[in-house]
Structure formats: C-alpha cells, structure tokens
Write a protein that binds this ligand. Structure first.
Ligand code: FMN
Length: 216
C-alpha cells in the first residue's frame, strides 16, 4: 500500500513514496510532512479533520512550531492602492485587518521597499479593494512586480475615490483610509488608519489567502 503523508500545517494528505516538495494547499515545504502510521489509514478518508486536529505527535523544534503556528493564521487578500505626486500604484497584501469598528479603523503591514509604501507615506492615505474569489489575476498583477517602472493599472477597470486613490471596479467592496499612526516593524511599517469611505460593489465571499494558495 502506498505511503501517506500528512501536512502538519494544514492537514492535507499526500500519497506517494516521498512527501511532496511543497504542500499544494498551504505551501509548507516537505519538512512539514509526517508519515502517517499504517493503522491510521482507514480513518483518513472519512476523518481528515479529526486526524488533523489530533494533538501533534512529535513536537517540532520551537522555530518550526512557530512557523507552523503562523501558517495557521487566516487572512484575506486585498489590493492596497495609493497616490502621491501624480503617481498611482497598488500592491497585493494579506496583512489588512480591522482594529476597531467604532471608530472604523484598520491596519495594514507594508514592506518598506515597496513603491506603495513610499506613496502611502507621502500622502497619508490609501485605498483597499477587497478581492472576490476570482481575483487571482489581480493578486498576481499587483503582488509579483513593482509599480516603480510600470503602470499596474494599465487596461484595468478602475475608478477614483474621493480621497484620490484608484480602486478596482471588480472588487467586493472598497474602502479609503487616512493614516493616523504608524509603527516601525523592521522590514515593514504597520499603518493604522481611519476608514473615511466605503462602497459595496458585489455580493459574494471574499478571497482568502489560503484559497488563493490552494487555487492559484
Ligand atoms: C498573496 C500575496 C500577499 C502579499 N501580502 C503582502 C503584505 O501583506 N504586505 C506587503 O508589504 N507585501 C505583500 N505582498 C508583496 C507585494 O504585493 C509585492 O512586493 C509588490 O510587488 C509590491 O509592489 P510595489 O513595489 O509596486 O508597491 C504580497 C504578495 C502576494 C502575492
């Protein structure tokens, strides 16, 4: 009988002589896979959730455990846009989350090297377009190249919000936000911002980071 391997990060089961190089569900590398003992095999098809939720059999070293734990935090996927000195740009980000609802306040984590970071710091404003579950191309276009030398919006349907930032037409909702504080987080800056505008464009479920990784 073929060997079966369980991804200790997301519970995905792989059949084969060796574990896969990369988990197709969560992206964890081969070192995160553990061989499932033969006696477990009967339960796998019917009870993946239960088996994945079992207490970890062998604790990995602390560094690995931290990485595995971080992998299990769930996120959405967003296109963060900004405008300053007549330049528009946007980037993909998963680190965007509500801090408080009253006042409507959110935070984003943006790499200091990104062009979008420069524009947010100059303008003190940014836009958030919340991707729907078919937004893979937007995540690729805005997430895998820098807008310093290219116009990422070329050919895309966008509209300009009251604050001046561009927003995707093909998004579930959009928000515009005004930075009210920031924190140096090493490679990234954590921008804390008040939401000044919101618009509802589509019905549907948002894209999650896990769904993007699993279906990209
Ligand atoms: C799925 C995905 C999630 C990302 N999440 C973030 C994030 O939360 N923060 C960040 O700074 N960069 C993130 N990135 C990387 C930026 O989108 C990427 O570096 C982008 O090219 C920066 O573009 P810019 O230089 O035009 O601003 C993500 C990329 C992808 C594909």
């Amino acid at each position: 009988m073929e060997k079966q391997w369980r991804c200790t990060v997301c519970g995905y089961i792989h059949s084969g002589e060796n574990p896969p190089e990369i988990c197709p569900i969560c992206g964890a590398d081969a070192s995160f896979f553990e061989l499932i003992p033969q006696s477990d095999e009967l339960n796998i098809a019917t009870d993946i959730k239960k088996s994945a939720a079992k207490p970890v059999i062998a604790q990995p070293d602390n560094e690995k455990a931290i990485r595995q734990a971080l992998y299990r935090i769930s996120y959405g996927l967003y296109i963060i846009t900004a405008q300053a000195e007549s330049r528009d740009n946007g980037q993909c980000a998963n680190t965007c989350f509500q801090i408080t609802s009253d006042p409507a306040r959110l935070a984003i984590g943006i790499n200091k090297l990104n062009f979008t970071h420069e524009l947010i710091q100059k303008s003190g404003k940014f836009g958030v377009s919340v991707l729907n579950q078919t937004g893979h191309d937007y995540a690729r276009r805005f997430g895998y190249s820098s807008g310093r030398d290219a116009d990422k919006f070329k050919g895309l349907a966008v509209h300009r919000g009251e604050s001046g930032v561009l927003l995707l037409d093909d998004a579930l909702v959009t928000m515009q936000a005004k930075v009210m504080g920031q924190m140096d987080a090493g490679t990234h800056t954590l921008f804390l911002a008040d939401v000044t505008n919101g618009e509802i464009l589509q019905e549907g479920d948002p894209m999650t980071y896990a769904f993007f990784r699993a279906s990209k």
